[in-house]
Design a protein around this ligand. Sequence first.
Ligand code: SAH
Length: 369
Amino acid sequence: MTADAKPVNLLGLARQELEAFFTARGEAGFRARQLMKWVHHHGLSDFELMTDLSRNLRALLAAESEVRAPEVIMEQRSNDGTRKWLLRLDDGNCIETVFIPDDGRGTLCVSSQVGCALDCTFCSTARQGFNRNLTPAEIVGQLWIAKSRLQPEPGRSRTVTNVVLMGMGEPLLNYDAVVSAMSLMMDDLAYGLGKRRVTLSTSGVVPAMDRLKDTLDVSLAVSLHAPNNALRDQLVPLNRKYPIEQLLPACKRFVEGRTRKQSVTFEYVMLKGVNDQPEHARELVRLLRNVPAKVNLIPFNPFPQTRFERSDPATMDRFRELLIVGGLHTITRKTRGDDIDAACGQLAGKVADRSRRALRFSRMEEGLQ
Ligand code: SAH
């Protein structure tokens, strides 16, 4: 390595990439397997502790590479067991990651970008604009950190059993890095999560949904939030580019080719007086009639200066019942981590350079290439 070359961060390399890293240095490919276990199963970053690698190889690794996750600069714990970590990246930007323990499962909500370009009107991440994509190491690093920080707690799942790409950012606008990171999450030599346990949530980047379908078998969640284009255009501006009549066929295509029975989870944030009326529920039933769908109603989580309010519990119950009567499998998501602002759409992090917001739609195009 020349003096100014940056060390390769091995944390984000998928199995084949790591094998290529070793073979390019005259080492056997199986070294990749050994290293992955140390890094992902045992959470090690110090090559000296990787005792089945020769002294020479450890020296070579230390000279040319590193295993480096983002730095934890704050950890918050909610009364309900939810944990939130504020992570600082190399360039000073910050992102947030949330762990949500529930009966028998532990879900990690992972960020895919610093900020977000999509500008959904009810989302606090949108407020800070878009800064940049995360690297695979920064995405997998969130899981690496969570695993190493989760200690046993009585009665609560302390391990990560599920990952949802529902933190900051639009994962399908950071396609390559997100796919690499998810494949590592699912690799037995890393985290070994099953395909039902890794869920990508998208606002509906239709071409990338089709690409993903042919690349990786993961679960899909789609942020629908409205039963018609007029309303969805207002809430999720990406709808103007990929309207519902393109989005729903893409959802169907996503699950059709699968051997396992699969459905798409449609997220629907409950906004008082905006999208929560009985006619919206009926329209949603008609809309999703021929789509293998589950509906996840999300109570809106307020943040400073938002013009939206959360729907009343009775309105949400009524809405849910209308969906169920209409034949839609529907649940209302519990709000978690309220006391530490860890709930959906509240992840704000800190963006070093807000001026990049202007690039919004051109960035969206870039993400598709
Ligand atoms: N960009 C992706 C993933 C990140 S958002 C997407 O749009 O799906 C994860 C989920 O949280 C989305 O369904 C999003 O619409 C929802 N969300 C955003 N802000 C929210 C808020 N203030 N209250 C409740 N849910 C919110």
